[in-house]
Design a protein around this ligand. Structure first.
Ligand code: AMP
Ligand code: ZN
Length: 433
């Protein structure tokens, strides 16, 4: 089966909106079966028949992560549990996780969605696809697994960790495509080079799908160069199924968000009003094809914007810009608001640096300071004066970007902790918070 779903992917806006309205109305009727939305609709005096246009969606209150936590585990189920076949949860570490229930039909749709994304970036049933995500509650494992099987690729469910084994599989099985977290992609490449393997010549890799955590354009280019591949940004979150919500097309300029699955809004996180295309705000999503657990106007806390204009690839579904981070990742230091990704963008431009870095915020005397430790790349010198000049230059560029001066330390390769899961880039040890 072909996963270039031309009719749906290039549908006119007018027809898409008709389609969305129909699906939205169905979803709202469905949502009203769940204890949570039953109560929500009652409180806000909404009945499903009040939603007559897409505009009317704005009358429905937002659903928040807190709502999901408070409904843990089954308060959002819109179908009987015996009709649900799987449960997933977010990678959150504090309090109750957010869980999502799926019916067999939901899983089927999700597999189609991921297969569509993979097909879009040129993957076919002739590909050998290795998934380095943890399988289990984290959706990057099973989500990609079923999508890749749906596409017909030969799948290697390697799961997370054990880098040497990953590399052995890549070589022995002739893996052509990886799904991998960006921070792990650079580590994997580094280990290959250490083992005397040049992935550009010694493997068949041509494509990687990178996602699950914010990363910069500079990091993507680095991954592409190191592995000799095309790297495509994929966005997903467990609340919205998982991978496949939005995915870059071959243009590599924005991620198409599949609007036949989701209605997208971007709001100002303070005023909660919509912001115009091109302006960064919080992503708010409504599922329109889920039966077990529909979510209406879900505040994702992720910050991005809709890219104005049409995509040259011909797909009409809106494009999201590369994610700036989450509203809860924002660092406020000395009154300046900034995101870790702004720092990464500068660091990744220096060939002398490796890919691992750690930002620590600490109170020194009466003042809060930012310390950045960044690993040098292996091949770089230990000549002190060269290192000093480099530190000065990087600090200057960081200051221009951040409007404050971080204390930068270049450290030996391998001296910062690494993880198999999503990278932790910021440690906040300030006394004031
Ligand atoms: P989880 O539900 O545990 O899979 O985590 C989902 C979260 O990971 C999202 O809400 C984003 O904050 C982050 N995330 C996933 N994919 C991307 C991506 N491509 N770029 C930036 N952040 C991402
Ligand atoms: Zn496109």
């Amino acid at each position: 089966m072909e996963y270039w779903q031309k009719e749906l992917e290039t549908i006119s806006r007018e027809n898409l909106e008709k389609f969305q309205l129909e699906k939205l109305q169905q979803t709202i009727r469905q949502a009203a079966n769940s204890p949570f939305y039953k109560q929500r609709f009652k409180e806000s005096g909404i009945t499903p028949s009040d939603i007559r246009s897409l505009e009317d969606l704005k009358n429905i209150p937002f659903t928040t992560k807190e709502d999901l936590r408070n409904s843990y585990p089954y308060g959002m189920a819109a179908i009987p549990l015996r009709k649900c076949v799987r449960i997933h949860s977010s990678s959150g570490t504090t309090g109750n996780p957010t869980v999502v229930l799926h019916s067999a039909k939901d899983l089927d749709q999700w597999a189609n969605q991921v297969a569509r994304c993979m097909y879009m970036v040129g993957l076919r049933d002739t590909d050998i696809f290795q998934n380095t995500s943890g399988y289990g509650m984290f959706t990057g494992g099973l989500g990609f697994q079923y999508g890749a099987e749906r596409l017909g690729a030969l799948t290697v469910p390697a799961a997370a960790g054990n880098t040497k084994r990953q590399i052995k599989f890549i070589k022995d099985f002739g893996t052509t495509c990886l799904h991998i977290i960006p921070s792990y992609a650079t580590r994997l490449a580094e280990v290959m080079y250490e083992m005397g393997i040049d992935p550009r010549k010694d493997t068949k890799l041509h494509t990687v799908c990178i996602g699950a955590e914010p990363h910069s354009e500079e990091q993507r280019r680095r991954i592409e160069e190191l592995l000799g591949v095309k790297a495509y940004n994929c966005f997903g979150m467990s609340e919205m199924n998982g991978p496949g919500v939005a995915f870059e097309c071959p243009e590599q300029n924005g991620l198409h968000i599949w609007e036949d699955y989701t209605i997208v809004e971007i709001i100002d996180p303070v005023t909660l009003q919509p912001v115009p295309d091109g302006q960064v705000g919080e992503l708010v999503l409504t599922t329109i094809n889920r039966e077990a657990m529909p979510l209406l106007r879900y505040r994702t806390r992720d910050l991005t914007c809709i890219l104005p204009g049409d995509c040259p690839c011909g797909r009409t579904h809106k494009r999201l810009a590369r994610f700036k981070g989450r509203s809860d990742d924002m660092i406020i230091l000395k009154g300046v608001n900034l995101f870790p990704i702004q720092i990464e963008k500068i660091l990744m431009n220096f060939k002398e640096l490796g890919s691992n870095y750690l930002i620590t915020l600490e109170t020194v005397g009466n003042s809060d300071e930012m310390f950045i430790d960044v690993e040098l790349s292996e091949l770089f010198t230990d000549d002190y004066s060269v290192l000093q000049r480099l530190t000065k230059e990087i600090t200057r560029q960081l200051k221009d970007e951040l409007l404050l001066t971080p204390r930068l330390k270049l450290v030996a390769k391998g001296s910062l902790p690494t993880q198999d899961g999503k990278a932790v880039r910021v440690k906040d040890l300030r006394k004031t918070i």
